[in-house]
Design a protein around this ligand. Structure first.
Ligand code: AMP
Ligand code: MG
Length: 357
């Protein structure tokens, strides 16, 4: 009896161990992988990344090195702050010369030419000399402007972006005096490039943000679609006042704003967004425009274009192009919102009820 009974506890022990092992394996499969955060500085601003790590992804430090290397390459291409960047070489080159350009530059140029055409010239990276003339360029003017530039100076600084040909054999012909400024698209392009690095490294779920331009993919830490807030115009730097939240799946959101970046000349406020049709800062731009699109570069360029277009032109073009756009007009104390029909599915139900009267 004793002998016969002996295997019994052993078998139970085995069964328990096997069960525990199975449970351990199961819980390893189902235990959610942690979300990690990376942050740093680039393009004169900050970047933030949240992503879900897994056994397939590199260590956070190694991932950050790849991200930083990618961002440095983009800066070497299109930073006007760097004297040895591709864009600085183009801007310094005399008209009539062929300037060697890199692949990032060529891609941003091609995207810019598309948005320039589709926005009827509202988006125009040829405004570099005007941006400098109005005191928004780099290096910043040593003395603040006391009066607006003269009409002759404005006429002389007008760009001719539409005259730029397509690059050939890695070279771009400079047909006329021109300073390029990719500030209105470079951050978005950087977001797309970082997102690509993450995907290449096996990351499935992420949020990438550079200076307010964002791209997301998959799920956030709560297992839901990422919810991204649009900042209320008038919010001071460092503060967080959310105007509304959007549900993003795999999408990008860029915002162009007028409430932080402006100069005062003779008591009049001028925005940093130039109307390429006049050479003057846009007169009464929206407080902010947010665009949601599959790529952050595309969203970034269009958000700037909608700062230039007037209210009715902008809405008509957004509908024609099938773009999801959200405008804030009025004042920070009494904002007035508008949105294109494509934006509706991304707004939370409560927000639609509040704003869509
Ligand atoms: P964003 O914050 O993306 O709207 O970019 C604004 C920056 O783009 C400005 O500070 C200028 O350097 C540049 N910019 C100004 N006006 C235009 C324009 N009409 N098209 C393209 N870039 C512009
Ligand atoms: Mg922009």
């Amino acid at each position: 009896m004793i002998l016969a009974a002996e295997p019994e506890p052993n078998r139970r022990w085995h069964a328990t161990v096997v069960l525990l092992l199975v449970m351990a394996v199961l819980s390893a499969c189902t235990r959610p992988q942690p979300y990690l955060a990376l942050q740093g500085r680039t393009m004169g601003t900050t970047y933030h990344i949240r992503y879900q790590g897994s056994a397939a992804t590199p260590a956070p430090e190694a991932l950050q090195q790849r991200v930083d290397a990618r961002l440095q390459a983009i800066n070497r291409s299109m930073s006007t702050y760097q004297a040895d960047s591709t864009i600085s070489a183009f801007n310094q080159a005399p008209p009539g010369t062929q300037v060697p350009i890199d692949t990032d530059f060529a891609q941003v140029l091609a995207l810019s030419q598309q948005v320039h055409q589709a926005s009827n010239g509202a988006f125009d990276p040829g405004v570099g000399s005007l941006v400098n003339l109005w005191g928004f360029g780099w290096p910043k003017p040593t003395q603040p402007l006391t009066q607006p530039p003269t009409p002759a100076a404005i006429a002389a600084a007008r760009g001719h972006f539409g005259q730029l040909p397509a690059p050939q054999d890695g070279h771009l012909h400079k047909p006329a005096p021109m300073r390029l400024d990719f500030s209105a698209i470079a951050k978005g392009y950087g977001v797309d490039a970082v997102a690509e690095v993450l995907r290449e490294q096996g990351v499935q779920n992420y949020m990438v943000e550079i200076g307010g331009e964002v791209a997301t993919r998959g799920q956030g830490p709560q297992g839901e679609r990422w919810r991204i807030g649009i900042e209320a115009p008038g919010t001071a730097p460092g503060e967080k006042t959310v105007l509304l939240r959007l549900h993003l799946g795999e999408a990008a959101l860029a915002t162009s704003g007028n409430y932080r970046n402006f100069v005062e000349i003779g008591g009049i406020r001028y925005t940093h967004i130039i109307d390429p049709a006049t050479g003057y800062p846009v007169r009464e731009p929206p407080l902010s425009v947010s665009v949601l699109a599959p790529s952050a570069a595309w969203a970034d360029a269009w958000a700037t274009a909608f700062m230039v277009l007037d209210e009715e032109q902008g809405l008509a073009l957004a509908e024609k192009q099938g773009l999801a756009v959200y405008w804030v007009y009025g004042t920070a104390d009494a904002p007035r919102m508008r949105h294109s029909s494509k934006m509706v599915s991304y707004l939370e139900a409560a927000e639609v009820a509040k704003f869509d009267k």
